[in-house]
Ligand binder design. Structure first.
Ligand SMILES: [Fe+2]
Length: 134
């Protein structure tokens, strides 16, 4: 999986799509840092991923709240779980003696892309587009 942005990932809501593109970029950087065997870089990208999640989820939740998305609570719960898991994986990496990123990390991010970005996020698109008149 290349983690390249494609039209199928588009929500059509510019602010969200721009931020989702950053997610792809960070995963590619994480993969590169792993291939270069650079623990310092892996750690730094991990931190950026935690910051990204905080910022992106805040933006998304503000939009969902503003347009009274009926499944807001369930959606937010997935965001909370993601943030916890990324933090946990980062800690695990920082504590480990292995310089390589465990496969678990990339498969978790891939799963997030398929289940959340392509799944749960797409579920709010019709509601938002309708409310936003776009
Ligand atoms: Fe989301």
């Amino acid at each position: 999986m290349k983690f390249q942005w494609e039209a199928i990932y588009e929500t059509g809501i510019d602010k969200i799509d721009e931020q989702h593109k950053t997610f792809f970029k960070l995963v590619r950087e994480l993969n590169d840092a792993n291939r270069m065997d650079s623990p310092a870089d892996i750690s730094s990208v991990f931190e950026q991923l935690v910051d990204y999640a905080k910022h992106h989820f805040f933006t998304e939740e503000e939009i969902l709240k503003e347009y009274s998305y009926p499944y807001f609570d369930e959606h937010k719960l997935e965001h909370i779980r993601f943030t916890q898991k990324v933090k946990e994986l980062h800690e695990k990496f920082s504590d480990g003696h292995d310089n390589f990123l465990p496969n678990e990390v990339l498969s978790f991010l891939k799963m997030w892309l398929m289940e959340h970005i392509q799944g749960t996020d797409m579920d709010y698109v019709p509601h938002l587009k309708n409310e936003m008149n776009i």
